[in-house]
Ligand binder design. Structure first.
Ligand SMILES: Cc1ncc(COP(=O)(O)OP(=O)(O)O)c(N)n1
Ligand SMILES: Cc1nc(C(=O)O)sc1CCOP(=O)(O)O
Ligand SMILES: [Mg+2]
Length: 210
């Protein structure tokens, strides 16, 4: 898929994997999410060592291909390149956009965390980011220490799709879409749900209402 086509998919639920070292369980839950309509998946596992990360990323690359979903690797542009992911997500400690672009090439997607700062988003776009992410909009059990972001950030035009993250649920996601979020990045409300497929379907419906 070309970067242009990939960029058109940056709308809707953007599911991010939980810290899960049981690869069978992880793949089962991700399969359910993809069956529920997830068309963007980020591999994020802060507990796995590099061997397990490689194994899981490779398996998820295969699974996302089966469903035609965009596959992004968190933090690590080298791992993204190794498993032929569609792109990488970079935070403040994860290296420069230019270095990731040099490694991944022009056709891959690069997303950048901008926390609660519009100026970081503008800099990221100049540097070549394909989407920018703001958060945390709500309290997150995954990242309780995250800085809090204001809705106002979503009302501005950055020239690329805008992703919202942090404590997002079916109940509070609508307000972020109304404010201008193109995608909602979610871990717990999808992967800790008793029915992962249903949760993914319900999130997708939030976008058809918008
Ligand atoms: C879509 C999206 N937005 C933000 C983040 C957070 O990235 P970062 O600040 O680098 O923190 P970690 O996820 O690496 O803990 C993200 N991963 N995805
Ligand atoms: C990984 C991450 N980054 C955040 C940020 O604000 O940058 S919040 C967050 C955790 C998202 O998980 P949940 O959907 O379970 O709250
Ligand atoms: Mg990171």
């Amino acid at each position: 898929m070309s970067r242009k086509i990939l960029a058109t998919k940056l709308r809707g639920l953007y599911a991010i994997t939980p810290d899960c070292n049981d690869t069978g369980d992880l793949l089962h839950r991700v399969r359910r999410a993809l069956a529920g309509g997830v068309h963007m998946l980020q591999y994020r596992n802060k507990l796995a060592n590099t061997t397990l990360q490689h194994e899981q990323a490779l398996a998820l690359r295969g699974l996302t291909r089966e469903f035609g979903a965009v596959f992004i690797v968190n933090d690590d542009a080298q791992l993204a390149a190794k498993v032929d992911a569609d792109g990488v997500h970079l935070g403040a400690d994860d290296g420069e956009v230019a270095a990731a672009r040099a490694l991944l090439g022009a056709e891959k997607l690069i997303g950048v965390s901008c926390y609660n700062r519009a100026e970081l988003a503008r800099q990221a776009v100049v540097a070549g980011a394909d989407y920018v992410a703001f958060g945390a909009f709500f309290s997150s059990s995954v990242k309780p220490e995250a800085v809090r972001a204001e809705l106002e950030l979503l009302r501005q035009d950055y020239g690329v799709p805008v992703v919202a993250i942090g404590g997002i649920t079916l109940e509070n996601g609508g307000v972020l879409i109304e404010a201008g979020a193109d995608a909602l990045a979610v871990i717990s409300a999808v992967f800790a749900a008793s029915d992962v497929q249903q949760a993914a379907q319900d999130f997708s419906k939030l976008f058809s209402k918008a």
